[in-house]
Ligand binder design. Sequence first.
Ligand SMILES: [Zn+2]
Length: 620
Amino acid sequence: MIAEEKVAEVRERTDIVALIGEYVALKRAGSSFKGLCPFHAEKTPSFHVHPSRQFFHCFGCGASGDAISFISRLEGRTFPEAVRLLAERAGVEIPMESEQDDAEYRRARQRKERLASLMDSAAGYFVAQLAEHPLKQMAVDCFLERSITEETAATFRLGYAPHGWDGLVNHLAKEGWSAADAEELGLVVPRRSRDGYYDRFRHRLMFPITDLHGRIIAFSGRALPVPPSERDEGRDPPAKYVNSPEGPLYHKGDVLYGLYESRVTARRECEIILCEGNFDVVAMHQGGFGNTVAPMGTALTENQAKLLRRFADRAVLVFDGDAAGAKAIRSAFPLLQKVGLQARVAAMPPKADPDSFLREKGAEELRKLVTGAPGIVEHLIDSAALDSVGADARTKAEMIMELGVILAKVDNPVEVGIYIERVGRKFGIADLESVRRQLRKGARRQGRNRRSDRSVRGDVQKSADAPAPVRPLEHSLDLEMISVFLDQPVLFSEPVAKELAELLTSAVLQSMFHSAASMVSKLGRIDASSLMEETGDAAAKRWLERRLAIQQYDESEARRAVRDGLPRLARKKIEEELPRLQSSILDARRRGENALAQELTERHMALFRSAKDLMQGIKR
Ligand SMILES: [Zn+2]
């Protein structure tokens, strides 16, 4: 738990315009700022940031909040993670629960920072070798073959791990890094025969793997052709990929290559593209698909699927057009379904991968394929049907049963009905009842796992679901007066504030006005997120969310609006009040409560007098 005051301090010391400005190009619009929303795709800006209220709101998709919620949403962080990240940025120390925890936390963090700097130094070395090493041309040729530009290589910090045994070992020693740390990170390996270490990555193209902060946590090294001087018929060719072993920074099942570079685009488009290899990711980004990631040379894991879900609602799978690619799609399906990611499949032609497709057909063709990609279940049905061509009846029946396992994971009965019809059509079976029976047989095989699937998805969706619809606050003069005060908080300390407070009839508006007034007297300004927190009423919250993102009145307009509005509001109140008082007086008389009747009559007269005064005031 982070102390409430610390959270407030972090919020206070973070300049929300500067922070959001790192992700969104903001333009000044009056006293607030405007830009294209990072949480949905749009062409005209409807995303507003209000500096003094420390608040953002999008009129397009309804996203809103403060600096902490902005970072946690955009970067896919939990609340405490986001607070700590902003605390570091703003130079706010956040102590742990006890001094011992504090010291341990600091030690662990310092160690992680040290290891990350070591990785960074290694990446710098590999990048430099790409420009300097005598054998660099083999690496450069490999990029040229794939049309990877220098700019793209620089964005992903691609490098070359030189041929030989101790290039990196010597570099790290010269820079004063500990060999034990380098060994722990898997960059170097202890020699068996004598003291010292040798490089793990030799004569390879190097892809640095980053975490969500953009810090390097591992490397993936791709084999290059063996240099002529080293060719030896007897030796096995090197492994195509060598990745860093798991260690203090890196757990391969939790990391997606390219996620750091993709996070902003993925968030904005609510969609992420998943492919298989590092080169695919790099080529896709270069081709304008800035939301492309890949798992680390393994099948997609559940943690990776959850990670994807933090950045997108939809995934498009662009896997290789071979048997392994088809298998990868099948195994990704239940995981994507489990976390509630809507998946589609852009099928590559046989033998193609996204990287080769881009070179041969171009980005536009790939864009068409991605846009028109069918749902993953349709894809799985269609490709099973295609595989079944020429198979005997028994094999076909078995294949349909396997599709039943897939359909068992679909909750929506209408969708299931459409899929059953599709299976019948694609397999050429007219009797849908027998198709259904066969599918059900397959579903029963899997039936037991189903309940747990659903509960996991429920968890994920809970946070993403939109709140229940709220009937909006009706626009009224009362509300307009409050919004004038919100725009010019100086009015809260003037006599008009008391007048307005007495005129507000609805309890919701009264409490909203009082919260704002006491906030201004305490802080000297309106803090949007605290004001919304204090407001219990959902409709009022919704109204505040939209209203606090913009500023309509400057000071002289505000004063004019109050001067005109308050008397009108007073008259409205009196007009509503007089007939009500009159009937209460009659009631009281009828019941014989004369004292009450008398009191009400006096109030009636007083009100009547002030109504007259007001009318004269308006006329003047
Ligand atoms: Zn938006």
